[in-house]
Design a protein around this ligand. Structure first.
Ligand SMILES: Cc1cc2nc3c(=O)[nH]c(=O)nc-3n(C[C@H](O)[C@H](O)[C@H](O)COP(=O)(O)O)c2cc1C
Length: 144
């Protein structure tokens, strides 16, 4: 099962997550959007997919903070795989810090990353979904 977590302040990451879900549907990959502030139990082979922007001075968006704090307090996430997708703006020193912090936390708890985080820069001429979806598609065989 692929569990999807979205961190957003102004909706951009949520829009991108909807597009990621479209891709998962096209490939018949079972998934579930985590909409409450509870971490599901980890079953071997589960994948946690994070799609989050960064706000404040490199902070996790408010809606994702409870989940992030729960992640920090987890003892072990052995058996899990994860992929983190970050939206940010490279004019900040703290470019995509939320995504990077979540990725590092997951690694430190024993989760296996499907790849390095996919990061989209708002300074780019391209839309975040146009930067992210092709890279996500390239990883799809690792998500099944
Ligand atoms: C007040 C504010 C603070 C931000 N801080 C950061 C930051 O520290 N690092 C970063 O990479 N991007 C930062 N950004 C850029 C956002 O992450 C980026 O615009 C993102 O696409 C917003 O996605 P969202 O609508 O899902 O929240 C900031 C944007 C705003 C408006």
């Amino acid at each position: 099962m692929i569990y999807i977590y979205v961190g957003t302040e102004t909706g951009t990451a949520e829009y991108v997550a909807d597009e990621l879900i479209d891709v998962l549907n096209e490939h018949d990959l079972a998934h579930q959007l985590v909409e409450n502030d509870e971490l599901p139990d980890v079953n071997n082979g589960d994948i946690w997919l994070f799609c989050t922007s960064t706000h404040g001075a490199g902070e996790v968006p408010n809606n994702l903070k409870p989940i992030y704090n729960m992640l920090l307090s987890k003892d072990s996430l052995e058996g899990l795989k994860h992929l983190v997708i970050g939206l940010g703006d490279s004019s900040y020193d703290t470019f995509c810090h939320a995504a990077k912090a979540i990725h590092t936390t997951l690694i430190n708890k024993g989760s296996a990353s499907v790849s390095e985080p996919i990061l989209a820069d708002a300074m780019s001429d391209e839309l975040p979904e146009d930067l992210i979806i092709p890279q996500f598609n390239a990883l799809i065989s690792d998500l099944s």
